[in-house]
Design a protein around this ligand. Structure first.
Ligand code: SF4
Length: 340
């Protein structure tokens, strides 16, 4: 920050009182999430606006255009001084009218967002959706959709690398998790990064194996499935792997979804996995006699079901009721809002 305040960019900005607060917020989020300049690409930067600032600011900016300008100038400085590789793309976005609109609409205290029924009780719906905005009733209200981020579902990747790609494509979801962790760290004495509880490692592994098993079916199904269905099958499988990792990240040492973040975000993602697995099963049901239909799929599915069963049994009924009532008023994201 000192280097910035001594820079020509800062001098040209003619800084007003409070301007540096937005830069502090950005640096603070980056530090909490352990992001370097090489990590902060446009997608993550938008995630910071969307999910990061709201956790700590006390009021929405009076002048969204000014916030865009301040961040633009700071990132221009970061590009020159630190070689931040994605800063020019972020600056280009910040100079667009869309950025000012996004800041006006979405940069506000998270407490305000929580007073919106869409965001209360459960984490924001874009954190537990399937990314199929074209069939989602929330599309017109959804910041992720309206930020025009890459879709959560990478429909072209179809192998183990693809699962990794899916995790990257879900970067804004990952960012949300990191911000939650950062908030917990700030609230407490700074939790050390503990090794993953065994139950979390098992769940993460099982979700990935399940995804690989579904993806491996494609050769067996290629002759009987339209290409589009196969693409959706792969995307669904990858979503299970990505969301499984997310839910695993919330499991306590006792292997349960217990704390507030786990309930607000882990539970709806658990229900999403349940829903997606049911969709996959339905899709495959009448094809199980196809030669080559792998027993590996059944084994992976059954193992994952066994792991999920106790967690699903513990989901308080009010969570399912909440999603059901949102479905009725068109407030639940895809896939909950679409008929099976
Ligand atoms: S599927 Fe719905 S909730 Fe998810 S990103 Fe798209 S519009 Fe938003």
């Amino acid at each position: 920050m000192l280097a910035f305040t001594a820079s020509p960019e800062h001098a040209a900005l003619d800084p007003g009182e409070g301007d540096l607060r937005w830069i502090d917020e950005l640096l603070d989020t980056m530090q909490s999430a352990v992001w370097g300049w090489a990590d902060l690409d446009l997608e993550l930067f938008e995630a910071v606006l969307l999910d990061g600032f709201g956790w700590t600011i006390e009021c929405a900016p009076d002048d969204p255009a000014r916030v865009a300008r301040v961040l633009d100038v700071f990132l221009s400085f970061a590009a020159r001084e630190y070689g931040a590789p994605h800063a020019p793309a972020c600056c280009e976005y910040l100079r667009s009218p869309a950025a000012v609109d996004d800041i006006a609409r979405w940069v506000r205290p998270f407490d305000d967002l929580c007073s919106d029924p869409l965001f209360a009780a459960l984490s924001a719906p874009y954190n537990w959706c399937d990314g199929r905005c074209e069939r989602c009733p929330l599309a017109s209200r959804c910041p992720v959709h309206n930020f025009d981020l890459e879709p959560l579902r990478p429909v072209s990747a179809d192998d183990r690398e693809g699962v990794r790609a899916a995790a990257l494509a879900a970067a804004h979801s990952i960012a949300a998790r990191q911000v939650l962790e950062a908030l917990e760290d700030r609230a407490g004495p700074g939790r050390p990064r503990e090794p993953e509880p065994p139950a979390a490692a098992r769940l993460r592994h099982s979700c990935r194996e399940y995804a690989f098993a579904v993806i491996a079916l494609r050769d067996a199904l290629a002759d009987v499935q339209p290409e589009r269905d196969l693409g959706e099958l792969r995307a669904d499988a990858m979503l299970v792997a990505v969301k499984g990792g997310r839910v695993a990240g919330y499991l306590s040492d006792m292997g349960a979804l217990e704390d507030e973040a786990a309930l607000m975000d882990g539970v709806p993602n658990l229900l999403l996995i349940e829903r997606i697995m049911a969709e996959i099963e339905r899709c495959l049901a009448d094809r199980s006699q196809v030669p080559g239909f792998a027993s590996a799929y059944r084994a992976a599915r059954d193992e994952l079901r066994d792991l999920l069963r106790p967690h699903l049994r513990c989901v308080p009924s009010c969570y399912r009721d909440e999603i059901r009532s949102r479905v009725l008023i068109g407030g639940a994201p895809s896939p909950f809002s679409v008929s099976p």
